[in-house]
Design a protein around this ligand. Structure first.
Ligand SMILES: Nc1nc2c(ncn2[C@@H]2O[C@H](COP(=O)(O)OP(=O)(O)OP(=O)(O)O)[C@@H](O)[C@H]2O)c(=O)[nH]1
Length: 756
């Protein structure tokens, strides 16, 4: 239901959205609001926490972040997603739609620790944003709706966190909801995430009467006595559990504490030894600090995940969550970032996000792994092989930033002046320091291995998946074309999953994106941020093409331009290879390889690659084709451009002879639905050429795993909402490209030709 409502929200139709249009507050943030400028100077690395908050849509990430900022003293008023005035959701669409689109980095302090927090979006269209954020984090807080437990998107994000070995703390939010269920949520963490939940708190009261928690480490009862609607929860009572407390609660706490001690002893040998040697008479007497240290070790080793509970909206339980971030999640120097040791004290940083600011130009978020970053200095971008000058250095505070004189390893900084850097680039102090790091890497890896090269000293970038949807975009008048191009250039640097190309036949600009919502948001941003009203063509599926048979052919190009005659003859063959592997390749016969100069080999390759970009059937890029160049005869005076042109023409001929086949993107679909509605979901799927892979049970729900062609999935969220009364959630990701059957392919070809 949450999922469906979210997508509805994207269509600007929900009441939440409508409400947002009426909110007109000023969100200015002046440095005065910062608790203390002293807090901005570089903290000790052991006191830094680079943390992400991840969750399913609507679990309460943004509300929780706002509470954290408020309790840490960095904001003076509580932001509310339902009123559209949160600090982290600063982009206009986010305020109106109530969703988090871009990861905004926020820096604040809590109990003398620096927390750099990155709010990550939950929608599958923005997976790349999540991935980018995760790579620069040292720890994460997973927020759950305690009435829903683990939901579809949490699973995806959790898997991503696992991939990057990120220690996590779980926060069961929304404990004030009547349906909130602690044991169900814990069980779903165990079952669905295959994680080992370590329960650290017991809720006091339930539903509307949820008033606080008992901390199982200290046996302290933390109670928020909210007296009025406007009570901000800043003050809460903390006292030890005693005989005046309800016997049921006492018993529940005693049992849970004993279970916790047992669980931790099972997972941590050091703690088990301590218990058996010093506390064998009474395990319960173990000091809280020892228990806390053991839980920290478990968390860092990812043997267990601490679980806390609360209600961010009702201002309960957020301060203990902040304490847990400091207590259990790692400092940057407790994580192993492999490449960084080769840089020693030299600067090494990763650009993980680019934003465009009208006044200041590109703003680049950097995670500093080693060394110190200073403004007004030149830095070397290894990926672009360029020197760039950084003019200013800022601490990021959502859309407001505070200037600082330097920043050290472990921190997240925002820089002004890096004009060429794009997401995923590695920034170091100079070319010489990159070379020194390469030498260290080389000697570390032994002389036999050729490892001390460019690849070794570059922090690995974010993999950008292939866009699956595209549509044309047109400015209102030709006079606005240049403005549109500029807007699209800026947006592409910010968002590597957005691709823009020009259709060679129609000359139209084409947007390629990750999903319907992705393209809609881009469209909206062009209107709002760049003031250009554009028209989008219908959303289309990004097909691919391949060939059916082997075919060989030859071609000769003979042209005279001015005084110069260009003559070239090419003979080549194409054949299909396993298209599942995706890429297309090419090779020369040994004879041609030995005969051609490097310049002419490059020219031949250009010709082949340009043909791979446009298949003969519908002009989609090719997959699964290999080309062998049998012979190339070039007369003296012929230019490389003419060689490329001849190869390209010959390739087109060969590809046509080899017979074209359209490949369509097939998605893997996961739908979580109540058992009674499974039948209607299956029925609908059958009409969409879907193939069911498995149906699993998860508690009272059924989880349907299927593959389905993307072309059949347009507007699926609305249909699913209708047939399940909003009770289903789904996730969709690219599985593979599959050959269309002749009948479907014919229908597609006719439709494209305008015959249907
Ligand atoms: N009952 C209850 N509602 C909550 C609580 N926390 C958040 N909400 C509500 O849940 C909805 C979603 O909250 P958000 O904070 O926007 O959730 P999010 O996870 O940031 O959502 P996205 O940014 O869209 O991914 C809002 O209507 C909140 O008011 C809570 O503790 N209890």
């Amino acid at each position: 239901m949450v999922w469906a409502r979210y997508l509805l929200t994207a269509g600007l139709q929900s009441c939440r959205c409508r409400m947002r249009y009426h909110v007109k507050r000023h969100y200015g943030f002046i440095p005065d609001d910062v608790k203390s400028l002293r807090a901005l100077v570089n903290p000790d690395i052991s006191k830094i926490r680079n943390i992400g908050i991840m969750a399913h849509i609507d679990a309460g990430k943004t509300t929780t972040t706002e509470r954290m900022l408020y309790y840490s003293g960095y904001t003076r008023a509580l932001g509310d997603v339902d009123d559209g005035d949160t600090v982290t959701d600063f982009m206009a669409q986010e305020r109106e739609r109530g969703i988090t689109i871009q990861s905004a980095a926020v820096t604040f302090d809590w109990r003398s620790h620096r927390i750099n927090l990155i709010d990550t979006p939950g929608h599958v269209d923005f997976t790349l944003e999540v991935e980018r954020a995760l790579r620069v984090l040292d720890g994460a807080v997973a927020v759950f709706d305690a009435s829903a437990g683990v939901e579809a998107q949490t699973l995806t994000v959790w898997r991503q966190a696992e991939k990057h070995h990120i220690p996590c703390v779980c926060f069961l939010n929304k404990m004030d909801k009547p349906a909130a269920n602690l044991s169900f949520s814990i069980e779903s963490i165990r079952q669905k995430l295959k994680a080992n939940p370590v329960l650290l708190q017991i809720p006091v009261g339930s539903g509307k009467n949820f008033t606080g928690v008992v901390d199982l480490l200290t046996n302290q009862k933390l109670i928020w006595k909210i007296k009025s609607m406007g009570d901000d929860g800043r003050m809460f009572e903390s006292k030890p559990l005693d005989q005046s407390d309800e016997p049921e609660l006492m018993q529940e706490v005693n049992e849970a504490r004993a279970a916790l001690i047992e669980q931790v002893a099972d997972l941590d040998d050091e703690f088990a030894e301590l218990l058996l040697t010093d506390f064998s008479d009474n395990f319960d007497a173990v000091p809280p600090v020892k228990l806390q240290e053991a839980v920290r070790r478990l968390t860092l080793a990812r043997k267990g995940v601490p679980v806390l509970c609360g209600s961010s909206l009702r201002n309960k339980g957020v301060q203990p969550l902040l304490d847990a971030i400091i207590a259990y999640l790692p400092a940057p120097n407790e994580r192993h970032h492999d490449l960084v040791r080769w840089y020693k004290d030299d600067l090494c940083a990763l650009a993980f996000k680019v934003l465009h600011d009208k006044q200041r130009g590109p703003l680049v978020f950097l995670r500093i792994y080693s060394g110190t970053l200073k403004p007004q200095t030149a830095v070397h971008n290894i990926n672009r092989n360029s020197i760039e000058r950084m003019s200013r250095l800022l601490v990021p505070f959502a859309d407001q930033n505070v200037e600082i004189p330097s920043m050290t390893a472990g921190n997240i900084a925002l820089t002004v002046g890096l004009k060429q850097t794009v997401t995923g680039d590695t920034i170091v102090s100079s070319k010489a320091s990159a070379a020194a790091a390469a030498r260290r890497a080389h000697s570390d890896n032994g002389a036999g291995e050729k490892r001390g090269d460019h690849a070794t000293v570059v922090l690995s970038g974010v993999e950008v998946p292939d866009p699956v949807f595209f549509c044309t975009i047109e400015p209102p008048t030709m006079a606005k074309q240049a403005d549109l191009e500029n807007a699209l250039n800026c947006l592409q640097r910010e968002d590597p999953s957005l691709k823009v190309r020009v259709d060679p036949d129609s000359g139209q600009t084409v947007l390629c994106g990750m999903g319907e919502l992705h393209i809609e948001i881009i469209h909206d941003r062009i209107r709002r941020e760049y003031g250009i009203e554009t028209d989008l063509g219908p959303l289309q599926v990004a097909y691919r093409e391949t060939v059916l048979h082997e075919a060989s052919t030859a071609d000769t190009l003979d042209r005279t331009f001015g005084e110069r005659r260009h003559v070239v003859t090419v003979e080549l063959g194409v054949r299909p290879v396993d298209s599942a592997s995706g890429s297309c390749d090419f090779a020369f016969t040994e004879e041609v390889e030995g005969k051609l100069s490097q310049e002419m080999k490059d020219a031949v390759e250009n010709g082949v690659q340009s043909s791979y970009l446009q298949g003969p059937l519908l002009g989609y890029p090719l997959l699964g084709v290999t080309t062998l160049i049998h012979s190339v005869n070039i007369e003296p005076g012929t230019s490389p451009a003419m060689v490329s042109a001849c190869v390209s023409r010959c390739m087109d001929k060969a590809l046509r002879l080899a017979g074209g086949q359209v490949l369509e993107p097939v998605m893997s679909l996961e739908v979580t639905v109540e058992e009674e509605q499974l039948g209607s979901v299956l029925g609908d799927l059958a009409q969409r050429r879907g193939t069911v892979r498995d149906i699993q049970s998860r508690h009272d729900n059924k989880v349907l795993l299927a593959t389905v062609p993307l072309a059949e999935m347009m507007g699926y969220s609305t249909i699913l909402r209708t047939i399940t009364s909003g009770n289903a959630t789904f996730s969709l990701e690219l599985d593979t490209y599959k050959a269309m059957n002749p009948q479907d392919q014919n229908t597609l070809l006719k439709r494209v030709a305008g015959l249907l």
